[in-house]
Write a protein that binds this ligand. Sequence first.
Ligand code: NAP
Length: 292
Amino acid sequence: MILHDTFTLSNGVSIPKLGLGTWFIADDKAAQAVCDAVAIGYRHIDTAQAYENERGVGAGLRSCGVPRDELFVTTKLRAEFKTYTASTAAIDGSLRDLGLDHIDLMIIHSPQPWAKFKDGEHFFEGNLEAWRALEDAYKAGKLRAIGVSNFDPVDVDNLLENGSVKPMVNQVLAHVGNTPVSVIAHGRANGVLIEAYSPVAHGAILNEPSIAALAGKYGVSVAQLCIRYCLELGMLPLPKTANPAHLRENAAVDFKIAADDLETLKTAAPIANYGSASHFPVFSGKLDADQR
Ligand SMILES: NC(=O)c1ccc[n+]([C@@H]2O[C@H](COP(=O)([O-])OP(=O)(O)OC[C@H]3O[C@@H](n4cnc5c(N)ncnc54)[C@H](OP(=O)(O)O)[C@@H]3O)[C@@H](O)[C@H]2O)c1
């Protein structure tokens, strides 16, 4: 069962193959969502400083009844923090807000501050500063693994060439209709696990007739097909929901997608419109050529 399966990060740490996304789960609802997910069998929760729900997520992790060492929590360093001092203070802030003495994985949320997302500037120096803060917290035992998010290969190379610890994950936008081929290949070549955020396209793919038809062939939902697709490509999907029925459905993905259908999904048409989410930088159309 997928909830029991793990990937092994390059430093030997095990990470559950399916994680629960918590973007847009409000702080006062997050503890219940985490407890519901854990009761179903989830052991991996993804939050971020920017989601402003670390307190609720931490409360859920501490009250869910499962021992801390059986749970895996990821948080993200705010994209705007590009100095060692600000990043170090923010890491300690996450530990405090989560109410935990260590975090399993902490990642730089974006190479650019959100206002400049994918604008062409790479912030190499600032990311090295933030990375050094993560490295020091990792070496001090506050973080069990460290990584990045929304990094292009050139941004990852900057850390590989100039850092003292290799990034263990890169969390990127990846779903049917948006497969970041070069990022996946670069991750594989460098031992960086690729995590798929928005694996059901923030909900925008749920009513795509061609995808629904293919899901029907397997007797699964569009969400299940999309989550399985990420797993088939070796990525770790992070679907978001606080709905217990969806939590259960998203974890029932123990089926195989045939090779020809996988090819069809790899070349599926891009999502033309992310609807009300289109204004977020990650959905704003500033995607790489190979993601279109
Ligand atoms: N690193 C980054 O920059 C970044 C950016 C975006 C997201 N993320 C992470 O990735 C996670 C997931 O991304 P996301 O929240 O954008 O989108 P997503 O998981 O692709 O889609 C979430 C949407 O799909 C719906 N949904 C989920 N499962 C469903 C099911 N079985 N049936 C029908 N609808 C279903 C949810 O509705 P209900 O809630 O009603 O179930 C919600 O509207 C985030 O929560 C966050 O942890 C990271």
